[in-house]
Design a protein around this ligand. Structure first.
Ligand SMILES: [Zn+2]
Ligand SMILES: [Zn+2]
Length: 372
């Protein structure tokens, strides 16, 4: 009788002949090479492609966009035509821009206790995922929402459950969901880092992380302005979310004082946080994009106001300088701004007209009161 073990070893198995090659590991994206990634939120008002060109002209190597109008529920088709998306993806590779971050619509409230609003929010968030995948985005940033009358603990569970429902049947590919910390206005969820961590803790199996906004941290009471406060805040992030789960940082100065709980962004260095603190934040080894303490590919993105033409370009330039990497900044196009003089004129005229209308309505109201 042959040795049974030996028999097993030598028996021919036809499947051996056709063993498929193992799937190649996807190559890590170029932007995770440890270089500093800096960008700004650019406009898709003209087109998706134009947002990429704006990032290039402003001297960025990363960017954030909306994938649809951020303050309206989408009325028309929520998907992007594949020809448009393919052109966008190809151009982005050409320009070497990464990561690409999409900021979700502001109306989405994944924490809502009103069934209608919650269903609508889940649907809109799913649409965001689908558009993000089609544009080849790396991250989709979303605010947790407002809890209304419910407790913070219940809201954390609701947000996680809403996200789970939205990702069902949507293969995310390389897209990751990032929960953004908030300033804590009204009943906003996610102003405490524990709440953001709580949501992530309930999202096991879903590719998710956090996006931290400096203006929101400060307004929520985390003193990132002082050296000691920054050290404390970083320790707090480590204890709750974990820095390895923070691939994107929104770099905004704050119009609002420490703990003011209001979300008002200011130009870098002109707000309550200040340039000195930003230099400390951007150069901190734990917050940087290179090893051994940083996270490769971590991006610093601006969401600063554009009050005057050129504010966008100046803030990007300053961000590179504050990070101590001005020599690595891609060259910006001289004089370029997303806010042109003509556009500024139009916006000013619009605001004036709105103000006039409001005053007229108020005058009419008080006249009626006098009469009655
Ligand atoms: Zn945000
Ligand atoms: Zn932000």
């Amino acid at each position: 009788m042959p040795d049974p073990i030996n028999l097993l070893d030598t028996t021919f198995d036809p499947e051996d002949e056709y063993r498929p090659e193992p799937e190649p590991e996807p190559a890590p994206p170029a932007w995770t090479d440890g270089s500093v990634r800096i960008g700004i939120h650019t406009s898709i008002a003209k087109s998706y492609l134009d947002a990429l060109e704006s990032a290039r002209k402003l001297g960025c190597n990363a960017l954030q966009i909306f994938s649809a109008s951020p303050r309206m529920w989408s009325a028309g088709p929520s998907r992007i035509a594949e020809s448009v998306a393919a052109e966008f993806r190809a151009r982005r590779v050409e320009l070497g821009l990464g990561p690409l971050v999409i900021h979700a619509n502001y109306l989405i409230n994944l924490a809502s206790t009103q069934p209608m609003l919650r269903t609508r929010s889940i649907q809109a968030f799913q649409d965001e995922l689908v558009r993000g995948i089609s544009l080849g985005a790396d991250f989709l940033v979303v605010h947790p929402g407002s809890r209304g009358e419910s407790t913070a603990e219940a809201a954390v569970a609701t947000v996680a459950e809403s996200i789970r429902q939205a990702v069902k049947r949507v293969p995310l590919g390389g897209l990751r969901i990032l929960i953004e910390n908030t300033a804590g206005m009204g009943t906003a969820v996610g102003w405490r880092l524990e709440e953001v961590a709580g949501i992530l803790g309930l999202l096991k199996g879903v590719p998710a992380g956090a996006c931290l906004d400096t203006a929101h941290l400060y307004a929520a009471g985390y003193d990132i302005r002082s050296e000691a406060g920054l050290t404390q805040t970083i320790a707090m992030i480590e204890r709750t979310i974990g820095l390895e789960r923070v691939p994107v940082i929104h770099v905004n100065d704050s119009k609002v004082a420490l703990g003011g709980r209001v979300d008002r962004h200011e130009h870098l260095g002109k707000g309550k946080i200040g340039a000195e603190a930003f230099a400390r934040i951007l150069r901190h080894p734990r917050l940087g994009p290179s090893g051994p303490e940083g996270l490769p590919g971590r991006a610093f993105l601006l969401e600063t106001p554009i009050d005057e033409p050129g504010d966008d370009r100046r803030n990007v330039k300053q961000l590179w300088e504050l990070a101590g990497k001005a020599e690595q900044a891609p060259e910006a196009e001289k004089g370029y701004s997303m806010l042109t003089a003509a556009l500024q004129k139009k916006v000013t005229a619009q605001r004036k007209a709105e103000k006039k209308k409001k005053t007229a309505a108020e005058t009419q109201k008080s006249a009626k009161k006098k009469k009655g």
